[in-house]
Every structure is written in structure tokens, then in C-alpha cells.
Design a protein around this ligand. Structure first.
Ligand code: NG6
Ligand code: CA
Length: 536
């Protein structure tokens, strides 16, 4: 506006003495004024930026504001979001493993509805193929610039899987992200390279990257053949190709110039995010900051080692907290904080030993990663999916604790509402617009029911409606892993009912005591599964 006004003044000096020009001049002023007030309205009510910070394997009880007690396990930056924002006590992710939660978060669709949504292997094709609306594609329609930075673990490429030496598509760019900077799988799976947009970054064509699930040559060193050379030993699985002294799931060769050091991942996510935010500060933007912490291998940067007083599992929580602080610092520096909604969440509940001997269990002490709940990663008990969930928007969200039920699957419909994008009926079919609840509006509703699942299609379910919780174990066993990590778990009945208002640990099956509720819950869950969608 400044430029327009100085231009108009100059014009008036030139044209002042000519009556005929007077009309044009006033018109010009009117025009300038109209534009001025337009832009000030836009300035007062611009579409807010949105950042979703998704942690990996972070449990309900793992951070200070959710009750973590260990003296040195400090999470001041995340706690600050909670103290100045909304901390949910019934905030969920939709599955207790990574790929299905991320699938549902981006598509607004329960993962049990779609084949191929279980934990993705290194050479997985894109789990979300282009076509249906996604959370980022809806935001693009609302004028947003969109990016994902960090762990992807949703596959890349067409039916044949990723072409590591060529164009890696379809991927995030084809489903609504303008920019992507990825760890393509999860860091215990090969390969350890960054994928920027459609290409492996820094790949030397003379040293092509090969990724596979068979040993490429008899003398290829692995975690089994070269176990004594490892800097972190494996406990189960994770004994194939070695990179950076750590053996992984799957095999790879080549691409040496492109390989990263595990220790540097968190720094890289922050660096790339700061760069992207700065470049996009003049548009409304959406950033999916997808941390790899605290997934295995838990390898904190050297400066965070020993900081938590627990194992590396604790140290990477401190590292994750540092990342959050850095992002907030960037928003403050660019004066974007008052116009940015941050959602902090996790992709599944916690796990102790997840395949490496990193002393997570031995040094857990009294710390309870799943807080007051039972179960964790891989389980449909509350600890598998009820995780930290915080919304923060200075000036717009009043500090409070909310017991409304919300889930990462709802962010698609809620953000569409925030961005003023009309939601087509077929889009994001299990996502509810809970914007009011997410912003802490009085009388706003949360969910009245939620389906939880463990991994992909055809697994186990949890179904919460109010304070009733139905467990349905189609695969016969509950994988109640967290501290013991006995993957076989205890046998579980096919169906069981729990009253969360009295039994948050899901210890006492009350199906016989409440046969009507039990039958109703079984029926409702089956209806949701059969209906193909849950938003009417
Ligand atoms: C399991 C891995 C586990 C972890 C998980 C995926 C073994 C024995 N276990 O298969 O280490 O990678 O998959 O975790 O290989 S997730 O958070 O990405 O879903
Ligand atoms: Ca995870």
C-alpha cells in the first residue's frame, strides 16, 4: 500500500491544475483506498499457516506436560505449547503403527479400508496413489503452499515400486504436496538417503543405488556376518545391510555420496523446514514436520547424548523437543506465530525394545511411556493410539486442557474448514470437522466414537464410543508390547468390553455384565467397517 499512496500523491501534483484530471484523481484515491482496506481486512483475517509436528513412537506419558517424571527428561518447548495452548487428554492417532496412521492422516480414511496400508517395506510402491482428495490437496485448493519434511514411510512409485536412480513418483508431489524432503522409509529400513522432490539427493549416477530384500552378493557384510563391528547391536530383525555401524531391515548397495549420518537427521529436518518456511512466509502454508524421533535406531546427535538420564530413547525425546523449539523460534523471528496453528501429535504409542539393543528397557526406571494406559505400539489398547495431542495458536487458542475426543484422521476435514475449502462428500470419508474442538471453542463437539486399529487391513480393532471400549482381536492375539516387548503377546478373546471410566487399563472384561452394550458395540463397529465411510 505504501507504494500505491506515494504514487498517487505524485500523480496529484502533476494533474492538480487540470479540472478534467480531478475526477480521475479522486477515482484513483477511491481505488487506492478500496485496495488499502481490502488488504488490511486480509491482513487481519488471513488464512493461518498450519504446521503439524508428528512424532514417531512417542507415548502419552513420554513428555513433561503429560506427566513424564524423570528428573532430566525435560521437554520445555513442547510443554510450552501445551501451557499456552490446548492439551488433549483424549487425542488419538488412528493406528498403533506408522504407515496406517500416516495414511489416515493424509487421506482422512481409515486404513483398514484399504489393502497395502500395513508397515511399508523399503521397496513399497506409493501407498497413497494419486486421485482422491487428500489433506494437502484440499489445502492447495484453499491457496496454501504445502510441504512434507521428514519421515515418509508411505512408499514411492507406481506398482513396481521406487526407481531409486530415476524419478521417484508418484509420491507426495502427486497427492498435494508442493515440496517434499524425505527420509523415504523409516530409518531402520534401507536406504539412508534423502529424497528431495522426485530425486535421491546427491546421488552420483556413477554409483547407482540398489535396494532389495535379498543379499546382493555372498560377501555383502550384514548385521549377522559382521555383528562385532556394529556400533549398536540388533535384538531382533534389523540384521541385513550395515550403514554407519548399524544394520538395517533390507539390503542396499551404492549411492554412497547420498548417504546420511543417522546423528544428523533432526538437524536436517529443522534446517530444511526453516528454509522452506522462510521462502513461503508470504503465502498461507502447511508444513507436515515428520520427525523420526523416537523411532529405532534411536541415534541422537552427539550433543544430546546422555541428556535425559535414560537411554538414547530418552535422549531423542530431548532432541525432538529441541526441534519443536527451533520451529517456534523461526515463527517468532518471522513474526508468523500469531498467525500459525501448530498441532503436535504422534503416529503411534510407545515401544521399548523395537529391534536394537539400545538399553531402552534397562534404563526406563520408573518412567511410564504409555502414561496411565496399557499397551503401546502394535496394540489396540489405549496406549497404542492415545498419544500426546496439543494445539497451539497464540491469541486464538486459550490455554486449557480438553477431554474432547480428537484424532489425527480429523485434521483433513478440520483444516479444510479452517481454509474455507468446501469438502466434497466423497473426500476424506472418515474425517470429521472438529475445528471448534481443536481451537477450544466453548460447546464445540469432539468425536462420539473412534475406531482404532493396529496395522493395515485385517488386523485388530479398538472401538471407543463414549467411555465404552470394545476390543476385537481378529488375529487371536493381542500384541501388548511396550515394556516387555513380547511380540507374541497374551491370548485375547475375539471380543471384549471395557468401561474406560472405571478401568482405563482395560483389565476387566465387562462383556457379560453389559450384554446389550456389548452387542451394540460389536454391531456398530461392523457397520462402520461395512459402510466404507463414517462421515455422513
Ligand atoms: C517392525 C519392526 C520394527 C519397526 C516397525 C515399524 C522388526 C522385528 N520390527 O516390523 O522395528 O520398524 O516394524 O515401525 O523388524 S513404524 O513405527 O514405522 O510402524
Ligand atoms: Ca511410528
Amino acid at each position: 500500500m505504501k507504494a500505491a499512496f506515494s504514487f498517487s500523491l505524485t500523480q496529484s501534483n502533476f494533474s492538480g491544475k487540470f479540472g478534467a484530471h480531478m475526477k480521475a484523481r479522486s477515482l484513483f484515491f477511491l481505488f487506492a483506498f478500496a485496495i488499502g482496506s481490502f488488504s488490511s481486512i486480509a491482513k487481519e483475517n488471513p488464512k493461518p499457516n498450519i504446521i503439524v509436528i508428528m512424532a514417531d513412537d512417542l507415548g502419552y506419558g513420554d513428555i513433561g506436560c503429560y506427566g513424564a517424571k524423570p528428573k532430566n527428561l525435560k521437554t520445555p518447548h513442547i510443554d510450552r505449547l501445551a501451557a499456552r495452548g490446548l492439551r488433549f487428554t483424549s487425542g488419538y492417532c488412528s493406528a498403533s503403527t506408522c504407515t496406517p496412521t500416516r495414511f489416515s492422516f493424509l487421506t482422512g480414511k481409515y486404513a483398514f479400508r484399504q489393502k497395502g496400508t500395513g508397515i511399508a517395506p523399503p521397496n513399497s510402491p506409493a501407498v497413497i496413489q494419486p486421485g482422491p482428495e487428500t489433506l494437502p490437496s484440499l489445502l492447495q485448493k484453499g491457496g496454501y503452499k504445502t510441504a512434507v519434511i521428514g519421515k515418509w514411510h508411505l512408499g514411492l512409485g507406481g506398482p513396481k515400486g521406487p526407481d531409486w536412480n530415476g524419478e521417484l513418483k508418484p509420491g507426495p508431489r502427486e497427492i498435494g504436496f508442493d515440496y517434499s524432503f524425505l527420509l523415504p522409509t523409516t530409518n531402520d529400513r534401507v536406504p539412508q538417503v534423502y529424497v528431495e522432490n522426485h530425486r535421491v539427493k546427491n546421488l552420483d549416477p556413477k554409483d547407482p543405488l540398489w535396494v532389495g530384500n535379498r543379499k546382493p552378493s555372498p560377501d555383502h557384510p550384514t548385521g549377522k556376518t559382521h555383528r562385532s563391528t556394529l556400533k549398536m547391536d540388533w535384538s531382533h530383525g534389523h540384521n541385513s545391510t550395515i550403514h554407519n555401524g548399524i544394520s538395517r531391515i533390507g539390503f542396499y548397495t551404492g549411492g554412497h555420496a547420498a548417504r546420511f549420518r543417522d546423528e544428523d537427521l533432526a538437524d536436517e529436518w529443522v534446517k530444511q523446514s526453516n528454509k522452506w518456511i522462510e521462502a513461503n512466509k508470504d503465502n498461507p502454508f502447511f508444513l507436515f514436520f515428520s520427525s523420526h524421533d523416537l523411532h529405532v535406531p534411536r541415534i541422537p546427535h552427539e550433543r544430546f547424548r546422555g541428556k535425559s538420564g535414560l537411554s538414547y530413547r530418552g535422549d531423542v525425546i530431548v532432541q525432538l523437543d529441541w526441534c519443536v523449539g527451533e520451529l517456534v523460534k523461526t515463527l517468532d523471528r518471522l513474526k508468523l506465530s500469531d498467525n500459525t496453528l501448530i498441532v503436535f501429535c504422534s503416529d503411534n504409542g510407545p515401544v521399548g525394545d523395537d529391534g536394537y539393543k539400545d538399553e531402552a528397557l534397562e534404563k526406563m526406571g520408573d518412567h511410564k511411556p504409555n502414561g496411565p494406559f496399557s499397551g503401546g505400539k502394535y496394540s489396540v489398547l489405549e496406549g497404542g493410539t492415545r498419544t500426546p495431542f496439543i494445539t497451539y495458536w497464540p491469541g486464538k487458542i486459550k490455554p486449557a486442557v480438553s477431554d474432547k475426543m480428537v484424532c489425527t484422521i480429523d485434521l483433513a476435514a478440520s483444516f479444510a474448514a479452517l481454509a474455507n475449502v468446501k469438502l466434497p462428500k466423497a473426500a476424506v470419508p472418515d474425517s470429521f470437522n472438529l475445528l471448534g474442538a481443536l481451537l477450544g471453542k466453548k460447546d464445540a463437539k469432539g468425536r462420539d466414537h473412534l475406531v482404532q486399529q493396529d496395522n493395515g487391513r485385517g488386523g485388530n480393532y479398538g472401538y471407543r464410543a463414549g467411555n465404552w471400549k470394545l476390543q476385537r482381536h481378529d488375529t487371536k492375539h493381542k500384541r501388548n508390547v511396550i515394556v516387555t516387548n513380547k511380540l507374541a503377546g497374551q491370548p485375547a478373546p475375539h471380543f471384549a468390553l471395557f468401561d474406560l471410566s472405571k478401568d482405563i487399563q482395560e483389565k476387566k472384561n465387562v462383556a457379560e455384565k453389559h450384554p446389550e452394550i456389548f452387542e451394540r458395540m460389536k454391531k456398530e463397529l461392523q457397520e462402520i467397517i461395512d459402510a466404507g465411510r463414517s462421515r455422513s
